[in-house]
Design a binder for this molecule. Structure first.
Ligand code: URA
Length: 241
């Protein structure tokens, strides 16, 4: 069956659909020996020989979906120019090349999905999918009256309003804890939101992504998603993007 080239490439896990489009435009994708630079081009993944940067695509790569409980002190990129430990170093026996779905900063801990399914990763990261992610956050002090309400309604970050957030108190101490649920994942979003109301985030832990929780997953450990969980994740983004 004929499908769009970028979709075929992303489905094998070598890269995301957006990156595949870049590669096509740059003339790095060929079908049966001929370079294809048109974005709407189609091919048959069962019959055609599709090469990306000179390498033949194979459909047999197995898909891997991992849920990691990242400890603080790890970067969620594949390599770090500063030489800090990466989340990949926590995946010992996993042979497949998996990519983190979004980021969790070095000083933050908690749930991170990793996969070689570029298509699903892309959908999950897209703003339109609005996947809820829940964080437990320890603040330096108590926000001033009205501060949390502002964050709940939305503030402007980088010239764009944030989507409404759910925020509720967890522990009312000198340094209080809050539970925060966002449906978008912008750069350092939680830390920057609280900074805006004069509060430094001392600890930040992601405890839930969609329906996936950290239950039974101690920091530094990961598990494979079940087939049912993968299916449910796919269904939660279907039709939204
Ligand atoms: N928001 C942040 O500020 N940092 C994270 O790691 C995730 C969300």
């Amino acid at each position: 069956m004929q499908e769009r080239l970028q979709k075929i490439i992303a489905a094998t896990g070598v890269t995301s659909r957006r990156k595949a489009e870049e590669l096509i435009v740059r003339g790095l994708v060929s079908v049966n020996g001929r370079a294809v630079t048109e974005l709407g081009s189609k091919a048959d993944p069962e019959r055609d020989h599709i090469k990306v940067s000179g390498k033949l695509l194979t459909r047999s790569r197995s898909r891997v979906y991992l849920l990691l409980n990242k400890p603080t002190g790890y970067v969620s990129t594949l390599r770090d120019p500063e030489g800090r430990p990466t989340v990949v170093s926590l995946l010992g026996r996993i042979r497949e090349r998996v990519y983190p779905v979004g980021r969790l900063d070095y000083h933050s801990s908690g749930l991170l999905l990793l996969t070689n399914d570029g298509e699903l990763a892309n959908l999950l990261m897209s703003r339109a999918s609005a996947i809820p992610r829940t964080y437990h956050v320890k603040l330096e002090g108590h926000p001033e009256q009205g501060g949390l309400e502002k964050l709940r309604r939305g503030i402007v970050l980088d010239g764009q309003p944030t989507a409404p957030a759910r925020i509720q108190a967890l522990a009312d101490r000198d340094k209080p804890w809050y539970e925060v649920t966002l449906v978008e994942g912008r750069y350092h979003q939680v830390r920057r939101m609280f900074e805006r109301i004069g509060q430094e985030v001392l600890k930040l832990k992601r405890v839930r992504i969609a329906f996936l929780t950290d239950q039974g997953l101690t920091p530094g450990r990961f598990r494979h998603l079940t087939a049912a969980e993968v299916q449910r994740l796919k269904e939660s983004v279907k039709g939204k993007v």
